[in-house]
Ligand binder design. Sequence first.
Ligand code: HSE
Length: 445
Amino acid sequence: MKPTNLSPIRVGLLGIGTVGSGTYNVLQRNQEEIRRRAGRGIEITMVADLDVARAKAAVGAGVQVVDDARKVVTSPDVDIVIELIGGYGIAKQLVLEAIEAGKHVVTANKALLAVHGTEIFAAAHRKGVMVAFEAAVAGGIPIIKALREGLTANSIQWIAGIINGTTNFILSEMRDKGLDFDVVLKEAQRLGYAEADPTFDIEGVDAGHKVTLMSAIAFGIPVQFDKAYVEGITGLAAQDIRYAEQLGYRIKLLGITKRAANGIELRVHPSLVPAKRLIANVEGAMNAVVVQGDAVGTTLYYGKGAGSEPTASAVIADLVDIARLHTADPEHRVPHLAFQPDAMSDLPVVPMSEVVTSYYLRLKVADEAGVLAKVTGILASAGISIDAVLQREADEVGGEGSTHTDLIILTHECQEAKMTGALAQMQALPTVLAPITRIRKEELA
Ligand code: HSE
């Protein structure tokens, strides 16, 4: 091996919770192999955490522990700052201060980058430092590396990902056990799969942050979470999962970004996916991302999207990249968003009303003559083509003697605005007895 005289690169850690302690432990355990790969040692020299006792218990005696994160971001003895605080508040200030102090930054903070990425990347570019964020999307899966480097020859066509483990766990349990959302959410919280406040996960916001980052890298557009369409899984009923299954589909919360004729689609919502697709079979808290490139075709990335050491795996990959490129001319490093900052695209994000996709509809209808004809008539006059219809016997749906039933319709592709208009007309029919359920459908072919 080529001998290296470089001293270890010095790392300051902000926040030593689950991911921070995983990062420290993996760096310790694999330090020799990591040094051989990076060409120099990587050492955590400083840790900031409000819980100093917990931090001291998590690291060795040689690590300086402080309760003031500013001491880390301004320390002359730190080359790289790892930000694991989360959120857009103090984390944003500390990241910008670290950049201003000439430090490289590694962060797992998707919310921060999806909302304030443009400002942060511009600041880093001005200072000639790197902001690396492999851990921000799909935890341990190296999807940022794949998109930014491995697939760089391709014109990316679309990306679809299960990028939130909490919601995938809930959907898997709903399907396996036939239970409704609220029941499974409580169970997931009891088992520690869902946070006490699960809002960002179950409302699709976390997945929205992650798909915003992937979209920027795939298409060379700025990060613009505010333009993403975000819908979570709180409205899903066990019966929809069951009906979807009878039609050969699974329901997954997908983050989707796609090159369309009128711009870039950027959306998160529950989607029916054909049960035969590999991604439809990703169960529990696992993550998976499918990327379609024009040259490579379809590629699939699967793994743990959260957890101490899986996320640490991504954080350390970024540390190694920075250790290797620390002394390189900033112009020769991989750009933050894969495209050169002066070569970004101004393609618009397509409003959801203009997105073209197909649909699953469930209508609770009176079990009487002419109902199906009226519903299909509305679809026909909106120019929406039906792919399949499933009607259960009234007794089966509402019990013996029931006068209502469920009508399930799968449509071919149409523009969202057309479907919204048709739904309003169907909803106004006196024979439609409850709010209509609309779930989008993606063939991912
Ligand atoms: N809360 C996220 C999830 C993990 O459930 O996948 C961190 O992004």
